[in-house]
Design a protein around this ligand. Structure first.
Ligand SMILES: *Cc1c(COP(=O)(O)O)cnc(C)c1O
Length: 402
């Protein structure tokens, strides 16, 4: 792939060499089915148990509360649909036929939002809470949205587009006080921020391997003991009978290696990323006029930078960056390709035209200052060039002068 500058770590990350190395034997040597009696199968079973323990350990939970899935989207779907089924009614207990109420936010990942829309079609009511101009959910809004029939609160730990870290502890306390289940999509936060589920009163948590230098197609859902949650995939007895299918042994071993690595390097990685992030933010803010940093300045993921540049199209900027070997995003990977501006940027109050001119750069500890400098130069030149061709910008300058 030549010399690329990879600044799209919120979309996916490189599988770390030590992760690949940990996985390799499980393709061609220890390939046994964990359900088999013979020792080849037992080896796989042992590796799965160990991985479950490693993950439980970092979250401060028990191994039997960790369920492996195919990634963040599946974990989110499972958490929402299975709670709706287990805790919702059939709707005959009220005149409106409502089966239950769910509270979420307007800036969730589509894996949550589209699942909520699906549940709305099936008799559930959903409150999509607004956020402030920095993307923060207000705990007070959460509490006020609670109704007699609220069964679940699902608020993401940190946003994938603008990097805002939500007040999870406060929301967890409210959920606990009202005896309502609390799920968090921690796909962007797990492995980046230390998370202890008991301290935060989290009942369910979604995470995904490929966002923390693990392989794609593996993730987990933490489900607190005692929660009635139905099977998601019916079949064999894997994952305590709740998620059938021969275990993705290579993925599970890779996820474990990625978790170990993430926790080992967390402190150093965070420090390095914050330094680079703030350097990048500062250069863009001081060197490019008519731009705005999106997301909270302080409650922010260490590796996230998101800017709106007035009078330009983010897509055009991305194309130019790609020509220079720089990988970035103008929203989330799932929404680029569609013409609608990002729902997250609209929710923080950006008008359509500003939302269209946005750029997300998400760093890793492997990026260098030289890479950031080159990126800033390309952005500066491109923004200037695109603006020079924009009739809107020309009008704006004319008005400024008069
Ligand atoms: C990437 C992402 C997901 C989806 O995870 P997959 O493993 O790709 O299915 C869900 N939520 C958030 C916040 C994400 O960033």
């Amino acid at each position: 792939m030549g010399n690329i500058i990879y600044l799209d770590n919120a979309a996916t990350t490189k599988t770390a060499p030590e992760v690949v190395e940990a996985m390799l034997p499980y393709f061609s040597e220890c390939y046994g089915n964990a359900s088999s009696i013979y020792s080849l199968g037992a080896e796989s079973k042992k590796a799965i148990t160990r991985a479950r323990e490693t993950i439980a350990d970092v979250l401060g939970t028990k191994a039997n509360e960790i369920y492996f899935t195919a990634g963040g989207s599946e974990s989110d779907n499972w958490a929402l649909k299975a709670t709706a089924e287990a805790y919702g009614t059939d709707g005959t207990d009220n005149a409106a036929g409502v089966r239950g109420h769910i509270i979420t936010s307007k800036i969730e990942h589509h894996a949550i939002l589209h699942t909520c829309e699906y549940l709305e079609k099936h008799g559930f009511e959903v409150t999509y809470l607004p956020v402030d101009e920095n993307g923060l959910v207000s705990p007070k809004d959460v509490e006020e949205a609670i109704r007699d029939n609220t069964i679940l609160i699902s608020i993401m730990f940190a946003n994938n587009e603008i990097g805002t870290i939500e007040p999870i502890k406060e929301i967890g306390e409210i959920a606990k006080k009202h005896h309502i289940l609390f799920h968090t999509d921690a796909v962007q936060a797990f492995g980046q921020l230390p998370i202890r589920v008991d301290d935060l009163n989290i009942d369910m948590l979604s995470a995904s391997g490929h966002k923390l230098n693990g392989p794609k197609g593996i993730g987990f859902l933490y489900i607190r003991t005692g929660i009635k949650i139905r099977s998601f995939v019916h079949g064999g007895q894997q994952e305590r009978g709740r998620r059938a299918g021969t275990e993705n042994i290579t993925g599970i071993v890779g996820l474990e290696a990625a978790v170990k690595r993430a926790y080992r390097i967390m402190e150093e990685k965070t420090k390095k990323e914050i330094e680079l992030r703030d350097y990048l933010i500062n250069r863009l803010e001081t060197e490019i006029p008519y731009c705005r940093l999106n997301g909270d300045r302080v409650k922010r993921l260490p590796n996230n930078v998101n800017f709106s540049f007035e009078f330009i199209e983010g897509e055009s900027l991305l194309i130019k960056l790609d020509m220079e070997g720089i990988c970035a995003s103008s929203g989330s990977a799932c929404t680029s390709g569609s013409l609608d501006p990002s729902h997250v940027l609209l929710a923080i109050g950006l008008p359509h035209e500003k939302a269209h001119g946005s750029l997300r750069l998400t760093l890793s500890e492997e990026n260098t200052k030289e890479e950031i400098d080159k990126t800033v130069e390309v952005i500066k030149q491109t923004v200037e060039y695109l603006r020079s061709m924009s009739p809107l910008y020309e009008d704006f300058l004319k008005k400024q002068r008069s």
